[in-house]
Design a binder for this molecule. Structure first.
Ligand code: ZN
Length: 237
């Protein structure tokens, strides 16, 4: 596997970045104020006073994932938890930002659904396969330990699995493990007991724009099926 090389090259100095990228970000902010905000003023006024998100969306911090673009949701509809590797440490092993976000979303905001979304080409998953390459990064290395059970749960790669296939298998397994970890959090366990919380495991294929979801019944990831709007037979048009 050549993951180690790729990881090391990604840790190279910042020289590769385009000059003064913040200017573009500031121009975007100006455009938002002038064009976008006035169009949605009513929504933002409403959101200024309260939020009722429909789901807690836990995904990797990877810049290529835009949860609202992917799910076509508006501000106020997703409560986001961005963390590298979309890792949810088991409770109470690592109490911190992730566990507090889960507790608030599930226990206070009462979201009805939690989605854990992994993705293809995840650098963190590559790091799990080659921890040596990340040794200089003490915090990242420690964090990746939470993904080791996924690595251990995978059968050793046999000759039938190519490197990308094995990486995808690890990415999927990691999502399943994080769903298990979620259930160790008291707020999640309580809501599951009440029967008013659903957990979902997704993997987003960045290049193909496809999302697969974990089916516990079939014990594999399958393409997301969306509900088609009903046809009105003989109805008025
Ligand atoms: Zn990632």
């Amino acid at each position: 596997m050549n993951f180690e090389f790729k990881l090391v090259s990604r840790l190279a100095p910042v020289a590769k970045y385009p000059p003064v990228p913040v200017d573009r970000i500031l121009r975007g902010l100006k455009r938002f104020r002038k064009k976008v905000y006035p169009k949605h003023r009513e929504l933002f006024h409403k959101l200024a006073l309260q939020q009722r998100p429909q789901a807690l969306f836990i995904t990797c911090a990877d810049s290529r994932i835009d949860p609202c673009l992917l799910t076509q949701t508006k501000p106020g509809e997703l409560f986001l938890c961005r963390v590298i590797g979309n890792i949810v440490p088991r409770y109470p092993e690592s109490i911190g930002g992730v566990s507090a976000t889960i507790e608030y979303a599930v226990g206070v905001l009462g979201v009805p659904d939690v989605i854990v979304c992994g993705h293809t080409d995840c650098g963190v998953m590559k790091g799990v396969l080659n921890p040596e390459a990340l040794k200089p990064l003490a915090n990242v290395s420690a964090w990746l330990n939470h993904a080791q059970p996924a690595r251990e749960a995978l059968v050793k790669p046999d000759s039938n699995l190519s490197d990308p296939e094995f990486l995808l298998a690890l990415t999927e397994r990691n999502v399943i493990e994080q769903l298990k970890n979620l259930q160790t959090h008291p707020a999640v366990a309580a809501r599951l007991e009440q029967g008013n919380l659903k957990l979902h495991g997704w993997v987003y294929d960045i290049g193909r724009g496809i999302v697969t979801t974990y089916s516990p019944r079939r014990q594999k990831f399958i393409r997301v099926r969306t509900v088609k709007p009903r046809k009105i037979v003989g109805g008025r048009r």
